[in-house]
Design a binder for this molecule. Sequence first.
Ligand SMILES: [Zn+2]
Length: 425
Amino acid sequence: MAVACSHRLVCPLCDGRYEDDGLLLDCPVPHAGALLKTEYPARGEAGGRTGLFRYRDWLPVRRVVAGAAAPAVLPAGELGRRLGLADLWLAFSGYWPEVGAGFTTGTFKELEAYTVLGRLPDEPPVLVVASAGNTAAAFASACSRHRVRCVLVVPAAALARLRFPAPLDDCVRLVALEDGRYSDAIALAAALASLPGFQAEGGVRNVARRDGLGTVLLAAHDAMGGLPGHYFQAVGSAAGALGAHEAALRLAEHEDAGPPPRLVLCQNLPFAPIHQRWTGGCLAGSDRDLIAPELANANPPYEVAGGIAEALASTGGDVVAVGNEAAARAMRLFEDVLGIDIEPSAGVALAALQEVAETGRVPADARILLNITGGGRARYARDHALVPAEPVVRLAVPRREFPGTEDVLRVIAAMERGDERVVVG
Ligand SMILES: [Zn+2]
C-alpha cells in the first residue's frame, strides 16, 4: 500500500535539506562525518492501524509492508522488584505471544528491515547487508516474504541463527564466511555494494533503520503515558539508541513530551569500543570472545554530527560495559522471572541495568525503560518446525587482506550460477 511521503532529509552539520529518493545515505556536501536525519510534520491519529506501520507518519516510507510487528511495552513487575527498581518498564521486541510481541525472527532488527523495505524506491538495486546474524535473519525473512532482492553476508557461525518456517525465496542470496568475523562480513559487503546494480543498505547511516528502531520509544511513550527518565539498551552501532533519541526529540517538538530520556548504552566486555571511547580506556579484548558478537562494531558513529557522543552529552548519559558471565546470569534471571528466553545482547543490557541499580547510580524510583532487543527465539523454535537457510556461497576467509578483488569476483560468479551451493577459497 502506497503512503504519501511528507518527510525530508536534513543534514545536522550543514543544514542541507533533501528530498528522499529512498536510497540516500550521506549528505552530498563534502564535509566531516554526519548522520542525515528525517524531518516530519506532526503525526496524526493511529486509528485502527496495527504493527510497526501504526507509526508510519514518522517513518521515512513510501509504502506499508505487510507483516511487520510492533514492540510490546509492559511494566517489569517482579523483575523490577528483584532489581530494587519501582518503576521499571520493558520494551520487548521478540516472540512472546502472551504480551502481543510477534517478531518471528526474535529481534528488533525486524523493525529496521521492514522500514528499510518501505523506504526503497520502486525497482530498487540489489540490497547488500552485512550482519552478525540478527539483521540477516530479519532481512532474509522480510525480503523473502516480499520478494525484494538482497545479498546477506554473514560469518558462517551465524548460520545456526538463520532458521525459518519455510525455505527462503531465491531473491535472498546468503553468503557465509567460513571462519569469518562480523568485520569480514562488513568488508565484503562494502566491496559488493560498490558494484553497479548493488546498493549498501547502509546500517546506522540509513534513516529508515534509525526511525524504524525509534518506534520502540514511540510505543513506550504511548504505553507509559509519557517518556521514561532513563533508557537502557545494548548497542553495537547504536542505531537503536540514536533512533530512540531522535524519536524523543520528535515527541518533544510536536507533542510537548518533555526532555528526552537519559541514554545508558550497554556493551559487552572484553570488546566494547563505545565504552572505551567514552571512558578513554584502551580496547583490550577480541571480538571473538563475546556472548553477544553483534555488539562488536569497531567503528560506531561516535564523533560524527548527530552521533553517539552528542546524544550521550546532551542527555547526561553513560556507557556501561559488562562481561559474558553477568550477561548470561541476567538472561537466566529474565527467563526465571518472566518465563521467556532473551537474546545475549538483551542480557547485556539487563546486566548493565542491574549493576547500575546495585551501585545506586540510578534512583530506585526512577522511571526506566529497558529495551529488550531480542527474545523468544527458543520459544518460537519450540512452537514451529524450522528449516535452516542454505547459503549460495561459502567463502573461506584467507589470511591475507580480505576481501581481494578475486574474492568479490568469486562471490559474484557463484551467485550468478544460481542454485549451485559452492565452497570457494
Ligand atoms: Zn551536510
